[in-house]
Design a protein around this ligand. Sequence first.
Ligand code: JFZ
Length: 455
Amino acid sequence: MMKLFLLLFAAFMAVIPLKAQENYQPTQENLQSRKEFADAKFGIFIHWGLYSMLGDGEWIMHNENINYKEYERLAGAFYPSKFNAEEWVKAIKESGAKYICITSRHHDGFSLFKTKATTYNSVDATPFKRDILAELAQECHKQGIRLHFYYSHLDWGREDYYPVGRTGRGTGRKGIFDGKKLPEIDSAVFQTNWAYENYLKFMDTQLTELLTNYGKIGAIWFDGVWDRDHQENGLKAETWNLANQYSLIHKLQPGCLIGNNHHMDPYPGEDIQIFERDIPGQNLYGYSEQAISQILPLETCQTMNRSWGYRITDTTYKSADFLIKYLIQTSAKGANLLLNIGPRPDGTLPEEALCRLKSIGEWLKQYGETIYGTTAGIVAEQPWGVSTKKGKRNFLHIFDTEATEIFVPVKETKIYECKEYLSGNKLNFKKVKDGINITLQPSDSPVRTIEFLYK
Ligand code: JFZ
């Protein structure tokens, strides 16, 4: 009986999509944007904010239960004297990345841009007085790289972010907004309330600014709706007013893609699907149980070390070879890689990150054609590696450095050419049961890429 009920309930949930931007029909411009996004394959994520000054990641305010009034004082010392947007963009472009996604405002609530919605921003609250996003946007447009904005739904420092979610409960918010006392937090089942209405307006103002003052924006990357997943109705899109937010964004810039790091199946109105720290199909971190969209472009975000925001003690950087392979693996799933850097409080990008950007860029200069504009390969992951493809051109990326021969399970296709990608040297292959065997040339490189064509 219980099973039947659960089954019926699941079926019911499956046919009733969560209310977001219902009946959303992406415009031609939006579809074009999705295509360009999917072709781009590689972007750089930037987590930067007041937390960077404390050198212990972007969750420090929550982790250490820092009082929000005290935390705000960091703004008075925010002076990243070496911040240089031109240098950032140049280094990032050299990596071969096609877009940058930066935290316009993270969970701590500090805005890296001039906003009328709050003085708690990099222009009005700091001695630096500069609009970080404006400088970055100008350089991105000048140097020809797309710009995306990360935007946090949740806020650990605002009284009108009410009721609070499951995080940031120790930041000392008093439950008083505009002089009025809010009801007890723990008794509050989520419902629309006057404080929250105010918070929604605040976000609308900021989103309007972000999509009006910084030229063409490639995407808005939302994060934080999961903060309320312990509350009744907490995950319902209507409580976040996603319908209005999404249509506002699509109205202001129809080509702007919307992604939401909610770790669930995409809501109507979303243009890309995000996976956090997992290549689609993996679930190493527990955030990737959602089905892989067959329609939307996919993106995997990943850290270079183990942190998003600058963590002064985190030296656990993944090797350049690992990251190159990771990019190939995401491409082989038809997804993009959004690789993170946490700039230092002085505004510089860590050397460890810079040298990895350089190595990835050098590889992409030679092999970019086997990544950009490709889709998932002709064969699924094999013991020897993975594949990508562009039309009838198939690229096999061999990670097994020892292999002298590989089996490729392709059936009906008539192969007429098989070669080493870079040198163009022909490789021998023979038809075997259920596929072909390709004989490889030995090489020192961690990835050997070969190309084969079929009719
Ligand atoms: C989120 C952010 O919290 C994090 O700071 C970073 O920006 C990353 C890219 O995205 O990561 C999450 C998402 C969900 C949870 C925790 C971290 N969660 O459900 O507890």
